[in-house]
Design a protein around this ligand. Structure first.
Ligand SMILES: C[S@@+](CC[C@H](N)C(=O)[O-])C[C@H]1O[C@@H](n2cnc3c(N)ncnc32)[C@H](O)[C@@H]1O
Length: 251
């Protein structure tokens, strides 16, 4: 393999100012930039105008499966000696297929550096003033996906018992069944719950409710993906000052 290199970059939840300095430096060094759907296009201000920018999200229109296509592109450019910036939303190793991509690149003999980003599961709640851990309110935090590859369900009772904040990615389509599972598992109906769509962006919208009512509140407010669902006592710490403009936008 020639001296090419791949930077697997997390762009954070949306607000371009949440990029790391390391990400900005790697973007400036890149010959080729591969951009995922959820990445704020404002990151392009840090890219050399001579660099090639390729949209590789699911709406990118490639014929083969997107993942295999993206991996082939990265390997091809790195083998040609190019510096490749593969930019993903949030953190590349948090529900971002970063592990699969690093493995594919290593198998092909490419050099790869991972540059962490702020994951939306922490950044979106924080935009409402919600800390995902709080020593008076929980024992920790559990990050989970609401959309598994094989439709298997988590152990709801274990999650309900865990005493941790539950932060759910990709949970909007299955929100009602997630809520039903947690209630069945023994989590209190009055447990605070918050949902943040487009967290950290000007289009951010949110609701704060309870486990029992959150699915209705989301439907009423018309919230959709991409959104983070936070379930646990910390959700009650949402800053009403920050929430009100979001609710006003809904009304
Ligand atoms: C495929 S996962 C990628 C997660 C990403 N790697 C991360 O660390 O945030 C996509 C999911 O992330 C969440 N997400 C991404 N950006 C978001 C944002 N700005 N606000 C709320 N949720 C977001 C949503 O749950 C969305 O369905």
């Amino acid at each position: 393999m020639a001296n090419g290199k791949v930077y697997l970059i997390g762009a954070g939840p949306g607000d371009v100012e949440l990029l790391t300095l390391k990400a900005v430096r790697a973007l400036a060094a890149a010959d080729v930039v591969l951009l995922d759907d959820l990445v704020n296009r404002e990151v392009l201000q840090f890219v050399d105008p001579a660099a090639r920018v390729i949209e590789v999200g699911k709406r990118g229109g490639c014929r083969s499966t997107p993942q295999a296509f993206i991996e082939r592109q990265m390997i091809r450019f790195a083998a040609a000696g190019k510096v490749v910036a593969r930019v993903k939303g949030g953190d590349p190793f948090m529900f971002g297929r970063g592990g699969e991509e690093v493995a594919a690149l290593r198998r092909a003999g490419a050099t790869v550096d991972v540059i962490n980003g702020i994951t939306s599961g922490i950044g979106a709640p924080a935009a409402l003033g919600i800390p995902v851990t709080h020593r008076d309110l929980c024992h920790g935090v559990t990050f989970l996906t609401g959309h598994t590859r094989d439709d298997t369900e988590p152990d709801w009772a274990a999650l309900a018992r865990s005493g941790t904040t539950l932060v759910i990615y990709m949970g909007m389509a299955n929100l009602a069944s997630i809520v039903a599972g947690l209630l069945r598992g023994g989590l209190r109906a009055a447990t605070p719950a918050a949902v943040v769509q487009n967290g950290t962006l000007p289009s951010q919208r949110s609701v704060v409710s309870t486990l029992a009512d959150v699915a209705d509140a989301v439907a009423q407010a018309g919230l959709g993906s991409p959104a983070i669902v936070v379930i646990g006592e910390v959700a009650a710490l949402a800053d009403v000052q920050q929430l009100e403009p979001a609710l006003a936008a809904v009304a």
